[in-house]
Write a protein that binds this ligand. Structure first.
Ligand SMILES: *[C@@H]1O[C@H](CO)[C@@H](O)[C@H](O)[C@H]1NC(C)=O
Ligand SMILES: *[C@@H]1O[C@H](CO)[C@@H](O)[C@H](O)[C@H]1NC(C)=O
Ligand SMILES: *[C@@H]1O[C@H](CO)[C@@H](O)[C@H](O)[C@H]1NC(C)=O
Ligand SMILES: *[C@@H]1O[C@H](CO)[C@@H](O)[C@H](O)[C@H]1NC(C)=O
Ligand SMILES: *[C@@H]1O[C@H](CO)[C@@H](O)[C@H](O)[C@H]1NC(C)=O
Length: 446
């Protein structure tokens, strides 16, 4: 709190020119998604272990909250911790201000706020580019307290008529500063062949002067959640899609925004039709992408899982979230156990959990020559749509340790469908119409 008071004292709204409100209804662009570990010299196994560790940190924070005395602290805090406790998995390039200053940011479908660290910084974490200095931009404008987007904050505050925000990601990550309007620039960084530069004026963002956490070699975050402050909600039309290449592929994944986000022209691998399932609104966590999951099959065998295990509880806990920033899928404990039992009965090898990769359901690999192993497809049965996950997207061969492991983990609180299970699917989040669509696609072929 002391640092927050200090923030209020030191912040003085910089002077700048007013800008017109002119959001274009046909904004569209595509961006390269860079994996946070891209360009490092880790081995494939180390990369996967690191991703699993990050995802464990993301979920562990929630379990520590759930372990506190009931009632759960407050569900908003709980779920924010659920998917945003640690840094995300993908980075995008964008630019802020006029003239545009380029930087890299973590994209996060589990939170809303767009923010970067601003000078003068009271408490900042390491970042690769200089802090954004509002005095150098002609389009910066602090938002007044009466601004509707100020009211959309969970913890708005007012200082000299300027909107001050505080945003918490669970564990130790947080950001606080002035909520401001700026012009952002997307594309045009030489990251894609057909990428054109799009300038978006009047985007509300957090100019963070007190920040804590780990920005994973980026200079900020871009929220893609369902709430009013996210980039997808602020730019029209409010939809985006992404196509994640194979986990360890050198070809970067892609993010499509606005009019560029559609599955009609997707290069599909199997002639499988586009499938769609509605988002479910969790009143306690309205900015998160909840789905209605009814069951799971391994191959054609429907597993004995009570659909109620995937339901959202009255207190806002539970449910099923699709997330881009969690690597492996976290399954509600009893559902995980059913999947584990299903695998044990279809894979004729002795199961083990004695591995160094941090996964609990593993088999010795490769199998002895006289044993034939056929790993079935994994199917998520959503409301009105089935998502078929082939073995390479839910099992992982930890080759140096000699194991085939289920790339999923159990959790006591809700289910998170992670990005390992989303490889080579083109997935569209239609926020305006509240549904998710997906189609199998070789994402390395643009
Ligand atoms: C931005 O502003 C700061 C201080 O106002 C100044 O020191 C710096 O040189 C400026 N940078 C640019 C690129 O103008
Ligand atoms: C900020 O941008 C929004 C559009 O996103 C616009 O409605 C609003 O008037 C702007 N506020 C200021 C103070 O310029
Ligand atoms: C590993 O398996 C053993 C016995 O099968 C079990 O007691 C133990 O709890 C398991 N450990 C984990 C982390 O699942
Ligand atoms: C495979 O061969 C090993 C010995 O080489 C034997 O112990 C095992 O029972 C065989 N398994 C099957 C399924 O035939
Ligand atoms: C999903 O799969 C189930 C079981 O195979 C089938 O009964 C159902 O019709 C499928 N739904 C869709 C939308 O394809």
């Amino acid at each position: 709190m002391a640092s927050f008071v200090l923030l209020l004292i030191l912040l003085s709204p910089p002077m700048s020119l007013p800008v017109a409100h002119c959001n274009d209804d046909s904004v569209g662009f595509q961006l390269k998604l860079t994996h946070v570990d891209a360009g490092t010299s880790y081995t494939k196994l180390q990369l996967l272990s690191r991703a699993i560790a990050r995802s464990k940190a993301r979920v562990a924070a929630l379990q520590s909250v759930a372990a506190l005395a009931a009632p759960v602290v407050d569900p908003i805090t709980a779920a924010r911790i659920l998917v945003t406790a640690s840094s995300g998995e993908f980075l995008v390039d964008l630019a802020i201000g006029t003239p545009p200053r380029y930087y890299t940011a973590i994209i996060d479908t589990g939170s809303d706020l767009i923010w970067t660290q601003c000078a003068p910084c009271l408490l900042c974490v390491d970042q690769p580019t200089p802090y954004f200095n509002a005095r150098n931009s002609t389009t910066y404008r602090a938002l007044p307290c009466r601004s509707p987007l100020c009211a959309a904050l969970s913890y708005p505050a007012c200082y000299q008529k300027v909107c001050v925000y505080q945003y918490y990601y669970g564990d130790t990550a947080s950001t606080a500063g002035v909520l401001a309007n700026e012009t952002f620039t997307f594309g045009g960084t030489g990251t894609g062949n057909s990428t054109t530069k799009v300038r978006a004026p009047n985007v509300a963002f957090g100019c963070g002067s007190i920040n804590a956490g780990d920005l994973a070699s980026s200079s900020g975050m871009v929220g893609f959640g369902r709430g009013p402050l996210s980039l997808v909600s602020q730019l029209g039309p409010s939809r985006f899609s992404y196509c994640l290449t194979s986990y360890l592929s050198p070809t970067p994944s892609r993010l499509y925004f606005g009019v560029f986000a559609n599955l009609n022209s997707t290069n599909t691998s199997s002639g499988t039709p586009v499938q769609s399932t509605p988002f479910v609104l969790n009143q306690a966590l309205p900015n998160m992408y909840f789905l209605s999951l009814k069951g799971i099959s391994l191959g054609t065998k429907r597993l004995p899982i009570d659909p109620l295990l995937f339901a959202i509880n009255d207190d806002g806990t539970g449910g099923v979230i699709i997330d881009s920033g969690t690597s492996i899928t976290w399954l509600q404990q009893d559902a995980y156990e059913a999947v584990r039992q299903g695998l044990l009965s279809s894979i004729p090898l002795p199961a083990t959990n004695d591995t160094d990769i941090g996964l609990d359901t593993c088999f010795p690999w490769p199998p002895p020559p006289n044993v034939t192993v056929t790993v079935p497809d994994f199917v998520f049965h959503f409301d009105s749509a089935n998502m078929t996950v082939p073995p390479e997207n839910y099992m992982v061969i930890a080759s140096t340790t000699g194991y085939l492991c289920l790339a999923m983990a159990p959790t006591g609180v809700g289910t998170i469908i992670g990005n390992y299970q989303q490889q080579n699917l083109h997935i569209l989040y239609d926020v305006a119409n509240s549904f998710l669509s997906f189609v199998p696609s070789p994402c390395n072929i643009i």
